[in-house]
Design a protein around this ligand. Sequence first.
Ligand code: NAD
Length: 506
Amino acid sequence: MRDILNELGLGSDSFGASAGAPIETHGDWLDSFAPGDGSKIGRVKMATLDDYEVVMKKTLGVFEKWRALPAPQRGEIVREMGNALRAKKKALGALVALEMGKIRAEGEGEVQEMIDIADFAVGLSRQIYGQVIASERPLHRLTEQWHPLGCVGIISAFNFPVAVWSWNAFIAAVCGDVMVWKPSFKTPLCAIAVQKIVDEVLAKHNMLGVMSLVIGPNETIGERLIHDERVPLISATGSTRMGQHVGQVVAKRFGRSLLELGGNNALVVMDDANQDLALRAVLFGAVGTAGQRCTSTRRLLVHKTIASGFVDKLVKAYDQVKIGNPLAEGTLMGPLIDTDAVASFTRALEQVKAQGGEILRGGKRLTGDNYPGGCYVEPAIVRAKADMQIVREETFAPILYIITVDSLEEAIRINNDVPQGLSSSIFTESMRNAERWVSAMGSDCGIANVNVGTSGAEIGGAFGGEKHTGGGREAGSDSWKAYMRRQTQTVNWSTALPLAQGIQFL
Ligand code: NAD
C-alpha cells in the first residue's frame, strides 16, 4: 500500500483542497479506508466554507488568462496531462483498486479511459466549430460561435473516482473553462492523486487553478458549490436522489446542470442469440465492478424457450468467479465499497423474497480470513417478475434479476418500463430484431447496444441516459457543447440598416 501512495506522492495526511498547490484546510479529518481489508489508507483534512472561498477565488482568478489562450494551446496542455497519466497509469490504477475496491485491471482501465479522453480533447481543441448561416439581409454575416462558460463544478461518484472527473475536466479545459471538483468522500485519495498529477503540468504553464479540488461534507461544501452563482454549470454524477436535489437547486438560480445518474440496465437474450457471447456479456455486466457501475446489467430479459438452459450456464459461470482482494492476481470481483452497501444488498434481497422473487444463487455476505473488512458478498441471481418494486429500483450491488419474455415486443416494453434510462442491450442474430431495438420503436435508453453488453462504453460516443438517469451527455461526440455558451452573431457590413423579416420602421 505504501509503495502505491509513495509513487503518487501521497503521505498519510493530506489537505482536502487545492488550486494548483495544496491549500491549508481547517475542517474535520476524513479517514479513507480500503474496502478490500478495512484498513485505513490515510486521512484528509476537509475544507471549510472559508477554505472553499480561497479555492474558488483562485480558480476564478485564472479564468481570464485561460480563456484567452487559443484552444489548440489549451489542448497541448491537456496532452501533457494525458502523458503524465500514462506514466502513472499503474500506480493510479492500483490506488483506484485500493480505495474503491474494483479489481486492478478495471482500475487501470479507468486510468486508460482518462488517457483516451485526454487524446479526444486534444483533437477537439482544433475542432470547436461554429456555423455560418445564410443571412436574409444583404451584406450581413450571420454566425454562431462557442465561448467558454466560466467555472464548472464537477461532482463525482465513488465508483469511477478518477475517470468521470476527466470526462468533464479535459473537455471543459479545452473549451476554455476552469473548474472545481468535489469528489465522493468515499474516494478522496484518488482525487488528491489526480490533482497532484495535473497540478504539476499546470505549474509548468503558470496556469495554476484551472483545475481545482475541494473535499468536504455534502451539507456544507456540496451545498455551497451547487448554490454558487459563480458556477454556471454543475456536472453531477451519482444517485438519482442526489440529482433530483442538485437539478432543482441549480435550475432555481438559472444555472445549467449536466446530470449522470442511476441506471437499471436490461440485457435481452433472444432465442436466436449467440449464447456464448451473451453469457460473457452478462457475466461482466452483472458481476464486474461488483455490480457497482451505473451501466451494470441488473435485469436479464431472456426468451422463454432458452431461459432454463441459459440460466444454468450462467449459474455455472458465476461459480468460476474468483472473489477476493481487488489487488490480487486472478481476482475477478472485489468487495462492495462499504458496509452500508452490504446492508443495502442484504435489504434488497429481503425485499426480493417478500415480493415473491426467488434467489437462485448467491446473496450471502462472505466472511472469514479470505474476506477481511466485512464488504464482500456473493453475487446473486434472482428469478423475478418485471413489476416487482425492487426490480424497478437500482440497488448498487451485484444482483441480477432474471425475467423471462415471450417476444421482442415484451422485452422492449419491460426494458422501457422503469424510471431509469441509461444502458440497454440485445443479443440476437436477427437483423430485424437488432434494427427494431435501436429504432424509435425500440429501447428508450441513452445507450442501446446490439451483441455488446450494457457496461463499458467507449469514450468516443456521447455517454448518458434518459428519464431518471438525468438526461446529461458526457465524453465524446458533441458533448462539449454542454461546457460552452453559444453566441449568435450578426455583422452588418453594408451601409444600410435593413431589419429582419423585412420590417419597415422609419
Ligand atoms: P451519491 O449520489 O451518493 O454521491 C455522488 C456525489 O454527489 C458524491 O460526490 C456526493 O458527495 C455528492 N453529493 C451528494 N449530495 C450532495 C449535495 N447535497 N450537494 C452536492 N453534492 C452532493 O452516489 P454514489 O453512491 O457516490 O455513486 C453511485 C451512484 O452514482 C449510482 O446511482 C450510480 O448509478 C451513479 N452513477 C452514475 C453514472 C452515470 O454516468 N450515469 C456514473 C457513475 C455512477
